[in-house]
Design a protein around this ligand. Structure first.
Ligand SMILES: *[C@@H]1O[C@H](CO)[C@@H](O)[C@H](O)[C@H]1NC(C)=O
Ligand SMILES: *[C@@H]1O[C@H](CO)[C@@H](O)[C@H](O)[C@H]1NC(C)=O
Ligand SMILES: *[C@@H]1O[C@H](CO)[C@@H](O)[C@H](O)[C@H]1NC(C)=O
Ligand SMILES: *[C@@H]1O[C@H](CO)[C@@H](O)[C@H](O)[C@H]1NC(C)=O
Ligand SMILES: *[C@@H]1O[C@H](CO)[C@@H](O)[C@H](O)[C@H]1NC(C)=O
Ligand SMILES: *[C@@H]1O[C@H](CO)[C@@H](O)[C@H](O)[C@H]1NC(C)=O
Ligand SMILES: *[C@@H]1O[C@H](CO)[C@@H](O)[C@H](O)[C@H]1NC(C)=O
Ligand SMILES: *[C@@H]1O[C@H](CO)[C@@H](O)[C@H](O)[C@H]1NC(C)=O
Ligand SMILES: *[C@@H]1O[C@H](CO)[C@@H](O)[C@H](O)[C@H]1NC(C)=O
Ligand SMILES: *[C@@H]1O[C@H](CO)[C@@H](O)[C@H](O)[C@H]1NC(C)=O
Ligand SMILES: *[C@@H]1O[C@H](CO)[C@@H](O)[C@H](O)[C@H]1NC(C)=O
Ligand SMILES: *[C@@H]1O[C@H](CO)[C@@H](O)[C@H](O)[C@H]1NC(C)=O
Length: 666
């Protein structure tokens, strides 16, 4: 190794929020007042235009396209009411359900009724408090009698705890040479913002608010959002239009995406609080937050997802007080889970509720992989808590699950795990991607087999989940992205993101071009197997935002290996990209990584991590040996390197700071 003289380096100051690069990609509006301007269509006699003066003749309507999914309370300014006494407003996320007579749907039947604004002469008329519409790209205005409007706007209600002009105050960014991937990253970040709501206006499932189908009015159903789902001033929910409820499973994908973009962790804590408030004496946590818990469903997996939620929250925030608050409840909940483990070593699942897949039971591979993963998190949290009492216990369960799952559930012919011990044909997406993610595999190379077998069955619209009939699940496919990255099959992850999230979920004209849909069919129809009513499907579901975190963590390669990034690794995965960069901040400071192939065989990598942290850097070598130059923190050296078996050259235990690393592959 050859060290050159130590040169002082100019260190860039930490970025303030206002200096975050690539802000032009952020889809959140610059301020809360959003005015309609693009006319999608008209029906009847419509003259003039907004902004300006718009005249709707009797029995006429106009539909506006906001160009992206938004949320909020509508206000109409009536300039001349003529003889009219009401105006109807309807909303839809997808172009499929545009109608002047009804909204899209929140229930599993029918359509949602129009918002009827009673008017009495000129003036401003706004939607009532509980008639905030949680998500819509299209808004139609219909009048039974002629009416003249002078203005209209929507007051954007998502992210209620952020300042009116601060909705674009991200702490993170991503950029690479594929603009479709850039759009996907920002759409994921925005989806999680739209799903972050005022907890006083939760629950769009009116049936859980004790309203029955008897309230169906001429084929349309009432809707409103006014159920308090948690304490605090914001909550991360599953979906913006619906359910507007706390679901821990959804958070397993949404939280990392939120952490690398807005870092809005308070909404995560508020939502987790509502689940622990419902923990039963036997340790069991609810399937979903209030009031859904009243339905009494039990979910082995969503119970564990709440525990993963605490670990995730602590991982990103480093908030030890929060962990200390819930650690006893966490262990108690885990004892409920491991009580399902029998002499086989595996948990026997007897509660069918999960992410709406079918036949969740027996020695299910998904549930057991998630249990293994969560036990492992428990060992790490126990170490933080200096609580060694559970370590041996959790380790024993982990060893039992790993050994039994691999002997009972692996199907060598298919190169995939079976769903359960009696299953002969179904190789589930959820169980296989979770097996890779959990670390249950006997050898790392098995991840490559699973990656290839999953890719083999992709449809033109995405990765199928045969465990939920003909569904494509953007939720489980988010974990599939992670599985391909973990297998170092980077190209599989990039190809799936482009095909599924880019070509289909963003660019298909039935989508919002801004937020990600909950689920759809392998045929590309917007039908989601667990539901009968297609108009009900949510087009802004946090569980569909997997690309946002995986691009930052695997493509830019920034992985926090302990809380708030006290330790970290930067291990970029390049695939067919030529350049990528990302950054985000935690309480310890800014983490960023930017890499570029300058010429064919030379790669430059610039990284920045907070002072006082330490980490490892794994530079992609393409399998070739060569020369590496490192500059930073008063250090400057140039030396020969050897590529390792995973096509990387490693620099271990680097102190936090700014570094520039160049490699020339020979
Ligand atoms: C308002 O109602 C009156 C009486 O029914 C009718 O003569 C008039 O044409 C109506 N005006 C408009 C603008 O519809
Ligand atoms: C247009 O108006 C007619 C009559 O009011 C109504 O039946 C029809 O559904 C409307 N079309 C749309 C696309 O809203
Ligand atoms: C407005 O909505 C109400 C309630 O659904 C309906 O009865 C009425 O016909 C609608 N008016 C127009 C002009 O569509
Ligand atoms: C429902 O339809 C009936 C018959 O068309 C009508 O008389 C009634 O006013 C409608 N109800 C509402 C609430 O629009
Ligand atoms: C929510 O709003 C509906 C319709 O206005 C009302 O009937 C109901 O009582 C409200 N519920 C709560 C919890 O405020
Ligand atoms: C709000 O906090 C109170 C007091 O801690 C708790 O009893 C209640 O369950 C919480 N409500 C919700 C919806 O989480
Ligand atoms: C799992 O538990 C159920 C209910 O107790 C039982 O019927 C079933 O046989 C068990 N499965 C296995 C594989 O032991
Ligand atoms: C095991 O998987 C098969 C195939 O999906 C399914 O038919 C069966 O119901 C599952 N068993 C249980 C106990 O859920
Ligand atoms: C665990 O022990 C270490 C070393 O004694 C101490 O610094 C740390 O504060 C302890 N952590 C907790 C959560 O008690
Ligand atoms: C783990 O601890 C629980 C009590 O908390 C006990 O019932 C169980 O048998 C232990 N399991 C193992 C495998 O040590
Ligand atoms: C992927 O690469 C990492 C090193 O970057 C290595 O630790 C891991 O074992 C590899 N996984 C597989 C399946 O090759
Ligand atoms: C989708 O949104 C992007 C901005 O994110 C915009 O550039 C593009 O034109 C939109 N596509 C369509 C078809 O409107």
């Amino acid at each position: 190794m050859l060290y050159h003289s130590l040169l002082p380096l100019f260190l860039a100051p930490l970025l303030a929020a206002s200096e975050i690069p690539f802000k032009e990609y952020i889809l959140a509006p610059p301020s809360r007042i959003i005015r309609p301007s693009i006319v999608y269509g008209t029906n009847g006699t419509v003259s003039g235009a907004l902004p300006g003066t718009l005249t709707l003749a009797a029995k006429s309507s106009i539909t506006y396209d906001f160009g992206k999914n938004i949320a909020g309370w509508v206000t109409l300014v009536v300039e001349d009411a003529r003889n009219a006494s009401s105006i109807n407003v309807t909303f839809s996320e997808s172009s499929l359900w545009i109608s002047s007579e009804h909204c899209d749907a929140t229930a599993d039947a029918g359509f949602d009724e129009p918002l009827v604004l009673e008017i009495d002469g000129e003036g401003e008329y706004s939607a009532p408090w509980e008639r905030e519409r949680g998500a819509f790209r299209y808004m139609s205005i219909a009048a039974g009698e002629e009416v003249v409007l002078g203005d209209a706007w929507v007051y954007f209600t998502a992210m209620p705890h952020w300042g009116d002009d601060a909705l674009q105050d991200y702490t993170g960014w991503f950029h690479c040479d594929d603009n479709q991937l850039n759009r996907i990253w920002y759409a994921g970040a925005y989806t999680n913002q739209l799903d972050t709501i005022d907890p006083l206006r939760g629950d769009a499932l009116i049936f859980f608010q004790k309203i029955t189908s008897a309230s169906i009015v001429n084929g349309t159903l009432p809707w409103y959002n006014n159920f308090t789902i948690t304490n605090g001033s914001s909550a991360l929910t599953d979906g913006a239009k619906r359910d507007r409820l706390v679901w821990a499973g959804d958070m397993a994908i949404a939280v990392p995406g939120l952490a690398v973009s807005t870092f809005d962790l308070i909404s995560v804590a508020n939502s987790l609080d509502s689940l622990f408030a419902l923990q039963l004496e036997n340790g069991m946590l609810p399937y979903a937050g209030t009031p859904f818990n009243e339905a009494g469903a039990i979910s082995f997996t969503y119970h564990l997802y709440t525990l993963i939620g605490v670990a995730d929250y602590y991982h990103w925030s480093g908030d030890l007080t929060y962990l200390q608050t819930y650690w006893p409840a966490w262990k108690h909940a885990m004892s409920w889970s491991v009580d399902h483990v029998d002499s086989s070593g595996l948990a026997n699942i007897t509660s069918p509720s999960d992410w709406l897949r079918f036949n969740m039971g027996g020695y299910n591979i998904e549930a057991n992989s998630i249990l293994y993963f969560t036990l492992n998190l428990g060992i790490s949290l126990a170490s933080t808590m200096n609580d060694t009492s559970v370590v041996e216990n959790y380790s024993t369960y982990m060893a039992g699950i790993k050994s039994a799952a691999n002997s009972i559930l692996w199907d060598d012919k298919a190169s995939l795990y079976k769903d359960n011990e009696t299953d002969t044909t179904l190789h589930p997406q959820d169980g296989n991607v979770w097996a890779v993610k959990s670390g249950i595999l006997p050898t790392p190379s098995r991840a490559k087999e699973i990656s290839a077998a999953l890719r083999e069955r992709w449809t033109p619209y995405g990765a199928p989940a045969p465990e939920a009939a003909d569904a494509i699940s953007p939720f489980i496919s988010g974990f599939e992205l992670e599985a391909h990255f973990m297998a170092n099959e980077t190209q599989n992850a990039l190809d799936l993101m482009r095909m599924m999230w880019g070509d289909f979920m963003l660019d298909d004209p039935r989508m919002t071009n801004s937020t990600f849909i909950e689920g759809y069919s392998t045929t590309g129809e917007l039908h989601y197997a667990p539901y009968t009513n297609d108009a009900r499907i949510s087009h802004a579901h946090g569980w569909a935002t997997g690309p946002t975190s995986t691009m930052t963590i695997f493509i830019a390669g920034i992985k926090l290996t302990s809380e708030a990034g006290r330790t970290w690794s930067i291990v970029p995965q390049t695939g067919d990209l030529q350049y990528a960069e990302a950054g985000f901040s935690t309480s310890l400071g800014l983490f960023s990584s930017s890499w570029r192939f300058d010429k064919k065989d030379s790669l430059s990598l610039e990284i920045s991590t907070p002072e006082g942290t330490t980490g490892d850097v794994g530079i992609p070598t393409g399998g070739k040996d060569g020369i590496v130059e490192v500059r930073g923190k008063g250090m400057k050296f140039r030396m020969k390197y050897k590529s390792d078996e995973y096509n990387r050259f490693w620099i271990h235990d680097l102190e936090g700071g700014d570094y520039e690393i160049n490699i020339l592959r020979k």
